[in-house]
Design a protein around this ligand. Structure first.
Ligand code: AMP
Length: 418
C-alpha cells in the first residue's frame, strides 16, 4: 500500500517530528568529535528544506552509534547541529535530551521554519526496546510525524515505529520523507516490475546474509552474477577446492538449493571463471578490534576453478570481469549489492571497479536503470567516481537488504496510507 508523502501534508505552523538518519562516522580530534563524512546529513536536506519552505516547525530526532542507554559524550548529536546549521544556512537549536521538559520548552519556542535537533534517542534503552511510554514522551511535541530515516526503518524502535503509532492514534498524520520515498520507489516499485533483461549482481562476504535476497530475486531476474567471498561457498558446493578463501562450509546445501532453483526457473546463474588469489601471512600488527592483521603475499590470477591450498581467492579475475561486463551491457535493469572482492585493498579492487564501470556505462549509454543496494557497493561506486552515473544508490545497508528480501519494514508499515 502506498504511503502518505511529506508533499501531501499541510504543515504550516505545525510541529513536525522528523526521524532522520544522522548516524554519521565521527572521529576524535584534539579532544573534540568531528564528522568524517556528512553524506547522510546532506541526504536529508530536500525533506528538511521542503518542510521549512512550507512553514513547519521542525523537531529532528536521530540516533548515533550504540551508546546502549547511556549518555556517551562521544555519541552526542551536538556536532551534527553545527554541521546542519551550515548546510541549511539557518540556525539549528540543539537540546541535550530527546524527551522531557527541556524538549517541550524548546519546542514551544519554535516559530514557523525553525529547526530543533534533539539529542541521541539511544541515550535511552527504551528507544531500542520500543517502549510505549517512551514513544508517548517522544510524541508529546509532535502534531505530525515524518520518517526520512530509511536506514533505520528495518528496526521497530520507539523513534521509528512506536512514535508513529502514537501520533496516528491521536489522529495525526505520519508520512514518508522524500529520501524514504525514493528508496521505496527504486528498491520497491522499480524492481517489482523491472524492464528485462534484469541482471542482479551479488557479492560480499557471506552467502548467509544474502540467500533470502537471492531466493526472492530468482523469481524476477534473468541473470544473477555472483562475486566476492560468497562465490567460494558456491564453488565448495560444486566440489571445488577453496584453499584459504573466506567460506561458509555449513551453507553449501543452501548454495546448492539456489543453484537448483536457478536451473528450474531458467535463470542464468553465473559464478566466477577465474580469480585473483594471494597467500595470507599473519603479522604482529593488530587491527582496531585487536585481531592480527593479515598481509597478502604473491597476488596472482588463478584460472583453475580450484584455489591453491595455501592461497585465498580475493577478487574475480579478468576473464570473469569480461564475461560479467558483457552481460551487464545488455541489461535494462541492474541491481547490485556487495563488492566482487576485497576491494579495500587496491590489488583486489579491479573486479569491483570493472563491474562498477560497466554498470555506469550501460546506464549512461543505453539508459538502463541501475540500482545500487547500499553499503560497500555504494562505497565502491563512489571510490570509482561514478556515483553520479548510476540511477539510484540506496542509503540503507541492512534496511535495503531486508526490503529486497520482501520483508515488511516496521518503520514503513507504521506510516499512514495514502
Ligand atoms: P558484505 O558486507 O557482505 O557486502 O561484505 C563486504 C565485505 O566483504 C567487504 O569488506 C569486502 O572486502 C569483503 N569481501 C568481498 N570479497 C571477499 C573475498 N573474496 N575475500 C575476503 N573478503 C571479501
Amino acid at each position: 500500500m502506498a504511503k502518505l508523502s511529506v508533499k501531501e501534508l499541510n504543515v504550516r505552523e505545525k510541529r513536525v517530528l522528523v526521524r532522520v538518519d544522522f548516524n554519521v562516522p565521527m572521529e576524535e580530534k584534539d579532544g573534540q568529535m568531528v564528522i568524517n563524512d556528512d553524506t547522510r546529513i546532506k541526504e536529508t536536506l530536500p525533506t528538511l528544506n521542503w518542510l521549512i519552505q512550507q512553514g513547519a516547525k521542525l523537531i529532528l530526532a536521530a540516533h548515533l552509534g550504540r551508546p546502549k542507554g547511556k549518555r556517551e559524550p562521544s555519541m552526542s548529536l551536538a556536532p551534527v547541529a553545527v554541521n546542519l546549521e551550515k548546510l541549511l544556512g539557518r540556525k539549528v537549536a540543539f537540546v541535550d535530551d530527546c524527551i522531557g521538559e527541556k524538549v517541550e520548552k524548546a519546542a514551544a519556542a519554535l516559530k514557523s521554519g525553525d529547526v530543533l535537533l534533539l539529542e541521541n534517542v539511544r541515550y535511552y534503552n527504551e528507544e531500542e526496546a520500543n517502549d510505549p511510554v517512551f514513544a508517548e514522551k517522544l510524541a508529546k511535541v509532535a502534531d505530525i510525524y515524518v520518517n526520512d530515516a530509511f536506514g533505520a526503518a528495518h528496526r521497530a524502535h520507539a523513534s521509528t515505529e512506536g512514535v508513529a503509532r502514537v501520533v496516528a492514534k491521536r489522529g495525526g498524520q505520519c508520512a514518508a520523507g522524500l529520501l524514504m520515498e525514493r528508496e521505496l520507489k527504486f528498491l520497491g516499485d522499480e524492481l517489482d516490475q523491472p524492464a528485462h533483461p534484469f541482471v542482479v549482481i551479488l557479492g560480499g562476504a557471506k552467502v548467509s546474509d544474502k540467500i533470502s535476497v537471492i531466493d526472492r530475486l530468482l523469481e524476477k531476474a534473468d541473470t544473477i552474477l555472483i562475486g566476492g567471498a560468497m562465490a567460494y561457498t558456491f564453488r565448495l558446493a560444486q566440489g571445488y577446492k577453496v584453499g584459504k578463501s573466506l567460506v561458509e562450509a555449513d551453507k553449501t546445501e543452501v548454495a546448492k538449493a539456489a543453484l537448483e532453483k536457478a536451473k528450474a526457473r531458467k535463470v542464468q546463474f553465473l559464478l566466477p571463471v577465474d580469480d585473483v588469489v594471494a597467500v595470507p601471512v599473519k603479522t604482529d600488527k593488530l587491527d582496531k578490534k585487536g585481531k592480527a592483521i593479515i598481509e597478502w603475499q604473491n597476488p596472482r590470477v588463478n584460472t583453475d576453478l580450484n584455489v591453491p591450498d595455501d592461497a585465498a581467492g580475493l577478487d574475480i579475475g579478468p576473464a570473469t570481469v569480461k564475461q560479467y561486463n558483457e552481460v551487464v551491457m545488455k541489461a535494462r535493469t541492474i541491481l547490485w549489492n556487495g563488492p566482487m572482492g576485497l576491494f579495500e585493498d587496491k590489488r583486489f579492487a579491479s573486479g569491483t571497479l570493472g563491474v562498477a564501470r560497466a554498470v555506469a556505462e550501460v546506464t549512461r549509454k543505453n539508459g538502463a536503470k541501475s540500482i545500487i543496494g547500499g553499503g560497500d557497493s555504494v562505497k565502491a561506486i563512489n571510490k570509482a567516481g561514478l556515483g553520479n552515473q548510476v540511477t539510484f544508490m540506496s542509503t540503507g545497508g541492512g534496511a535495503s537488504l531486508e526490503f529486497l528480501e520482501g520483508k515488511v519494514l516496521p518503520g514503513v508499515a507504521a506510516l499512514s496510507n495514502k
